[in-house]
Each structure stands twice: as structure tokens, then as C-alpha cells.
Write a protein that binds this ligand. Structure first.
Ligand SMILES: [Zn+2]
Length: 266
């Protein structure tokens, strides 16, 4: 019987202008280096990937796959940091993946849907709002979406309606999706409840960094500042309810404090 575990994977780093990461900072052209984490939950009823990091092409030729955003942001990723070799290293069979759940569909979160043909038993769970926006993004947001990863035939989408907020993926409280729009229109954050009694709140990009969480500093990229602020206050209430350990989306310092696969939380 598979145990319920939470694995955290290191999907590489990105060098990007600070002004794109924290609103109102980096006016002097300062850069910041951020991690690209992704997560796997093992569960007796089938395993789940959360986001999957960058697609494997980014380790080969990022400019070719990502296009003009690489003129500002430089990803540094080794081939073995991609999803499939990482699963193999930990001994997780791709056929055991039942769900790919998406915080959102930005280019550094689509590493699993990009290789969906290698995950034969997985459905891709994302909000209908994010799915629709990602297929026809507004001009200002366009640069953050790489349609080649997901706008293709044969993706087994499972689309969540707005009314399905607080969606309990396994029905046992292990993995719960909460709407947290603002960074992107259909963003979700995930609450992970482990057998130990510990709760992890995987904020995704609804809270990019500890700065954003602690001080309410807004991230540098948003489709709605007011939704971003409301989602942060919501996530803080959710974290308080369960006394959760908060995992922000791309915080360089905080990320170093967590155990990485093959170590895990259970
Ligand atoms: Zn994002």
C-alpha cells in the first residue's frame, strides 16, 4: 500500500529582474535568483503531481522554447531536474500518476502537462477560468504562457468550476484546492494534510516569497492587484485554521529550508 507522502522537487533556478518579482522594487535594474519548485503527493488511490516545474525543453534550449521572455529571465535547469527523470530517481512510476494539478498555467509550472503523453493514467486538474485564459491570454500576460506545453490535442483536462472552490481531490482531505486569483485569473493554491497531522500550504504564485506573505508586498507580475491582495488575506486565514507550514512560490531563502526529494514529508 502506498503511503501518503509529500515530495518537494528542485526544478532549477531563474535569474530575473527584481522589478518583475516584487512590485515597486528593482528600479535600478537589480536582478534576483529564484527557485522553481514542484511537488508530488503519493497516495494509495494514485499519485498527484503539483505543477511539474519547467518542461524538459528548457534544459536544452530555453530561448527556443520560451521565446522573448528569456531576454529578461534566464532559467538555469539541468536535464535531470525535469519531471520524468526526477520521478525515476525517486522510484515513482509515471503510470502511477492519477492527477496533475495546476496552480496555474504559467510557463514555469507546465512541466507535467508538457509530457502528458508519458503519464498515461493522469488527468489534468485546473480551473476552467485559468484554462480559458491560458488559451487566449491578454496581450500583457501573453509572455508568461507557452501554449505549446498545453494547447494540444489529447490533454485529458478536468476543469474545476468556480463553485468547486475548496475542492478535495481525494475526498479524504489530503489535497485541497483553494481559489487564489490575482497573479493569474484562475490561480489555485493547495492545502496538503499529511498523516502526521502537519499541514503544508502550497501557495503557488499567489504568494511568491516570504516578503509577500509577511509584509503584503505585491508581486511584480499580476493580472489584478486587488485580487492578489484578497487572495493573500484568504491564504493567511487558511494557514491559520490548520496552523499550516507555508510554502511560498519562488522564495530563494525559504525554499532552502525544506527537505527535497528523495526525502519527503509524511
Ligand atoms: Zn506564475
Amino acid at each position: 500500500m502506498t503511503e501518503i507522502r509529500l515530495y518537494m522537487f528542485d526544478g532549477g533556478i531563474t535569474h530575473l529582474p527584481l522589478r518583475n518579482f516584487t512590485f515597486g522594487k528593482g528600479g535600478g535594474g537589480e536582478m534576483i535568483t529564484t527557485p522553481t519548485p514542484y511537488f508530488v503527493i503519493t497516495h494509495p488511490r494514485g499519485n498527484a503531481i503539483i505543477d511539474g516545474g519547467n518542461p524538459p525543453e528548457v534544459a536544452v534550449d530555453a530561448a527556443k522554447h520560451w521565446g522573448p521572455i528569456t531576454e529578461m529571465s534566464t532559467p538555469v535547469m539541468r536535464p535531470e531536474q525535469a519531471l520524468l527523470p526526477s520521478l525515476e530517481r525517486v522510484g515513482i512510476d509515471p503510470a502511477s500518476i492519477r492527477w496533475v494539478v495546476q496552480t496555474h498555467l504559467h510557463l514555469d509550472h507546465t512541466g507535467a502537462v508538457a509530457v502528458i503523453d508519458r503519464l498515461p493514467n493522469a488527468e489534468v486538474l485546473v480551473t476552467r477560468t485559468e484554462h480559458e485564459f491560458a488559451h487566449a491570454p491578454d496581450p500583457l500576460a501573453r509572455i508568461s504562457y507557452v501554449l505549446a506545453d498545453y494547447a494540444k490535442p489529447g490533454v485529458p483536462w478536468a476543469l474545476l468550476e468556480d463553485a468547486e472552490d475548496g475542492y478535495d481531490v481525494y475526498g479524504d482531505g489530503t489535497l485541497i484546492g483553494w481559489r487564489s486569483p490575482g497573479h493569474s485569473p484562475g490561480h489555485m493554491s493547495f492545502e496538503v494534510n499529511l498523516p502526521s497531522g502537519e499541514t503544508y500550504l502550497l501557495c503557488g504564485d499567489a504568494a511568491n516569497a516570504r516578503d509577500h506573505w509577511d509584509n503584503g508586498a505585491l508581486p511584480g507580475f499580476m493580472v489584478s492587484a486587488s485580487d492578489t491582495a484578497r487572495s493573500l488575506s484568504r491564504l493567511k486565514r487558511l494557514a491559520w485554521r490548520r496552523d499550516a507550514i507555508v510554502v511560498t512560490g519562488h522564495d530563494p531563502g525559504l525554499w532552502d529550508e525544506f527537505k527535497r526529494a528523495p526525502e519527503f514529508y509524511s
